[in-house]
Design a protein around this ligand. Structure first.
Ligand code: IMP
Length: 178
């Protein structure tokens, strides 16, 4: 275990097993709709999850990426697009792939943007959900890997100051590492 990790919350084996289950559930859903979904990964945290998830999907999918930065304004959260998707989502079923939903404000904006581009449907798959941090009631992730407590977590895509994204598990960072 990494020296800056206090405790492992989700092991590598648990993540792989859950990706297998979610991959099947998603494949069944889109197969039933006769659809080739566009998976939109939010950089950079969603990359390990997206990579493992698509390998467990046995239908055709398209992938694209968006990079957004969010910062708190006076009354709302400003979400700035650093990198937009390159493909058209008009009339497509979009599945946004996220590492963790905390306040929900980033996804609220991202879903709004994707809908404004004409997506037929926008769903959310997140590796982690932190329901204790939620500040908007419009965002309910459709597919959740694991629910985690209201603590700062790292690993499997999630960073603290850009570090720890490569850990193969999700853990709680030690106080002294912050
Ligand atoms: P939201 O807009 O508050 O839902 O922000 C979600 C984003 O905040 C995620 O994509 C992460 O980049 C970041 N985030 C929220 N909680 C954590 C955490 O515990 N560890 C690392 N990043 C986090």
């Amino acid at each position: 275990m990494h020296k800056d990790v206090a405790e492992i919350l989700v092991s590598e084996e648990q993540i792989q097993e859950r990706c297998k289950e979610l991959g099947k559930e998603l494949s069944d859903y889109y197969r039933e709709r006769n659809s080739v979904p566009m998976l939109v990964g939010l950089l950079k945290g969603s990359v390990p999850f997206l990579v493992d998830l698509i390998k467990r999907m046995d239908i055709d999918v398209e992938i694209d990426f968006m990079d957004v930065s969010s910062y708190a304004g006076t009354n709302s959260v400003e979400v700035r697009i650093l990198k937009d998707i390159e493909s058209s989502v008009a009339d497509k079923d979009v599945l946004v792939i996220e590492d963790i939903v905390d306040t929900g404000k980033t996804l609220e904006k991202v879903c709004e943007i994707l809908r404004s581009k004409g997506a037929r449907e926008v769903k959310i798959a997140t590796l982690l959900d932190k329901p204790g941090g939620r500040k908007v009631d419009t965002i309910v992730p459709d597919y959740v890997g694991f629910s985690v407590p209201n603590k700062f977590v790292i690993g499997y895509g999630l960073d603290y100051n850009q570090k720890y994204r490569n850990l193969p598990y999700v853990g709680v960072i030690k106080e002294e590492a912050i």
